[in-house]
Every structure is written in C-alpha cells, then in structure tokens.
Design a protein around this ligand. Sequence first.
Ligand SMILES: Cc1cc2nc3c(=O)[nH]c(=O)nc-3n(C[C@H](O)[C@H](O)[C@H](O)COP(=O)(O)OP(=O)(O)OC[C@H]3O[C@@H](n4cnc5c(N)ncnc54)[C@H](O)[C@@H]3O)c2cc1C
Length: 407
Amino acid sequence: MVKHVLVAGAGASGLMAAITAARSGAKVTILEAMDRPGRKLLVTGNGRCNLTNLDPRLSSAYHGADPVFAKSVIEQFPPEKTLDFFHELGLLTTDRSGYVYPYTNQASSVLEVLLTEVRRLKIKVKLSEKIERIFREEGQWKVQTATWTYPCDSLILCCGSKCMPQTGSDGSGYALAASAGLSVHTPSPALTPLLCEGKFLSSLAGVRCHARVTLLRGREVPVASECGELQWTKYGISGIAVFQLSRHVSCASKSERFAAEIDLLDPYLDDEVLSMLRTRALALQQEKVAAVLRGILPEKLIPVIQEKAGIPVKMTCAALDEKSMDALLHTCRAFRLTITGTKDFDTCQVCAGGVGLSALSPETMECRSVPGLYFAGELLDVDGPCGGYNLQWAWSSGYVAGRHAAI
Ligand SMILES: Cc1cc2nc3c(=O)[nH]c(=O)nc-3n(C[C@H](O)[C@H](O)[C@H](O)COP(=O)(O)OP(=O)(O)OC[C@H]3O[C@@H](n4cnc5c(N)ncnc54)[C@H](O)[C@@H]3O)c2cc1C
C-alpha cells in the first residue's frame, strides 16, 4: 500500500522530509502557510546559505534538554550525506574552512534545487494553507486549514520555531504539537545580539573590531568565551561571537544578572602591547595620547577607552606614565558591559527550546505514543551554534522523519 504522507511546512526540514518520503515510495503533499516556500532558507547566511559544517565534532555541538538525541539523529544523516544529497541535485558547493556554501554564493540556488526535485518527484505543494488543527479520525490523521481538511497516513510537523516570524515560522507548530499531547519547552531567542547598558554605545554604532568576549554570570563567574568579529550597535553588541553566547542569557531565569568582558587586544600579550605603547609614546611626546592608540583601536573606540581608563582627551604622550599605560592596557583587556537582555524573536537566528524530545524516537522521529506523527527541524528542542549547524539539523531530522513516515 502506498502511504500518503503530509508535510507541514516548506522550510529546510519540510522540503528534505518531503523529498525523502517521496523517494521512499510515498505519495507526498506539503502544506505551507506562506505564499512561497522556503522563505527562511533565502535569508540564511546573509543570503548565501551556510548549508552545513564539516566540523568533525558537529554531532556533539547541539544544545537542548537532550543533546544525545540530536547526536544520534545527525549520525544517521551526517554532513557528508548532506553534501552527496545536494551534489546529486546538481548543486556545486564551496568549503570555507569547514563552512559549506553553495558555489554560487546564493541561498536561492539551494532552494531552487530542492524545489526542482520536489517537482520531479511530483510532490504536491499547497501554498497559503496554514494548518489550524490536527486530529485523528478513523485511523487517519486529519489536517485542517481554513479551507480544507486533508487526510493522511503519516503527518510530519516541520513548522519551524518562533524565530523570524516574518518568514512564516510564527510558533503555531508548538500549539499543533501540544494538541497532540507533546510537551513544549519554553522557546527563547538564541544566536541573537545582546542588549547592554551605556550611553556611550550610541557613539560606537557601526564599529566592527576583533575581540574575545567572555560572558560573566553575576558579573564575576565566567560562563563561556568566544572570539571573532564584534559589532557595536546603539543598543549593545552583536556579531558571531556574541550570537554564540546569547542563549546563556536568554535561557537563564529573569533574576540572573550577566556582564560581558571584552578583550580588545586578543591575541596579543600584555608585554607586546606595553612595549609598543612605550616606544610610540616616546616618539610622539607632543602628540595627544590618541595618536598612539590609532594603530591599536578603531577611531571611535579611542575616546571611550580613554574615558574609562581615566586618561583625559587632552593629555599628551609626554604625560603618559607607566600607571596610565597600565590603566589603558587593563581597560582594553577587560572592557566591561552590563547586559540587560537579548534581542527578541524578530531578530534571532534560531530558537532554544521547543517540542520536547522525550516523547520521540531518535531512530525514526516518530512520537512514541502517537503513531503516524513525526517531527523535524527547529520546532524541536534542539539548537546549534552559528555556522551551518542548524541547517544540518534540519536536513538530518527531515531525512530521518521522511524516510520512516513513508514506510
Ligand atoms: C537570518 C537567519 C540566518 C540564518 N543563517 C543560517 C545559516 O547560514 N546556516 C544555518 O545552518 N542556519 C541558519 N539559520 C537557521 C536556519 O535557517 C533554521 O534553523 C532552519 O531554516 C530551520 O528550518 P525548519 O524547516 O525547521 O523551519 P523553517 O525554515 O522556519 O520552516 C518552517 C516552515 O513552516 C511553515 N509553517 C509554520 N507554521 C505553519 C502552519 N501552521 N501551517 C503551515 N505551514 C506552517 C513556515 O511558513 C515555514 O515555511 C539562520 C536563520 C536566520 C533567521
């Protein structure tokens, strides 16, 4: 008997699940709430789509209540299989230090090869069909939209999270899962900028620099540390290093306080920087202190650092003694910001939290207590770091769900 599989959502995980189910012999229909499929895919990687990552420890990099679950799903369809899958669809890829992008540098290429395969496999795609209710009747799943009720043998929920609802993932998948009896761990924005205190921030908006950022709980206890490009904004800090730290803040209880300690001199040693300061200060005795900092810090950061270090803007290098140089060094090494929160769901790249995994089988992605109901993608309580990890989760979980929903 040919199974009829219905896939809820035409994002990365839904398209993968639908293609895999159709290749496994099922008759497949996708219902998508938006008027176009794959809207989030188009904005990934700044429109370039970092579609996977060749990190050998990728399967252990995921967060959520049960990271072992994610590992066993990824291992069934690891990045090497993702590359084979896309190469078979005619997508050339390029590997930038393990970060894999389409060779065209366009996310639309990834979406187009998926949609071409959807057409080739004669998968029906119904657009502007938002699922409002799911229920079981006469041994079948029934999926209700505003205009129709669709019957199916297996239903795969791939509705995404609450992140960037303008792309279609408005969180409605959580209510559908809950209506089938699954628990939902409160979603929080992750991979998102941090909001910080400080009037000086408005003068730094747009500045980008290299830094190591350490997140401190209660202003003292280091939680995690990341280095990379730091982007200053009028409300706080952003950039990949900050994104990677953000879930610690958004998932913490409201009463917890956090600070960021920014090392603006990473990876230079104290002696290297001090020696340069001394030599340049000696050579530029009549110049303002800013003159020796221009080769070390972005221009807009200089007055902020000087003020925090207690060095008057008008001070000349002749007055720059060892104590002042130590103060400058320390301020650059341990620039403190008080964190007040994170940006919201509109701005984040992924959600932490989601449908609980304890009710699902990692071998099949089927709900153990509700036969015929499968899950994939960001709707679940799995989130990964920046760099292709979240799409890899969508491909792997979509593959496993599609394969088992079809048989
Ligand atoms: C700006 C940005 C950049 C990113 N860049 C990267 C990157 O480069 N690499 C990476 O690995 N990850 C990246 N991510 C994360 C990645 O895009 C997601 O984790 C992934 O796309 C999730 O896929 P999904 O299929 O689970 O959900 P989605 O892609 O969100 O798809 C869910 C689909 O379901 C539909 N839907 C929702 N509810 C219903 C309903 N009730 N009825 C019918 N349809 C419904 C939605 O309209 C949507 O089309 C990025 C995310 C953002 C926001």
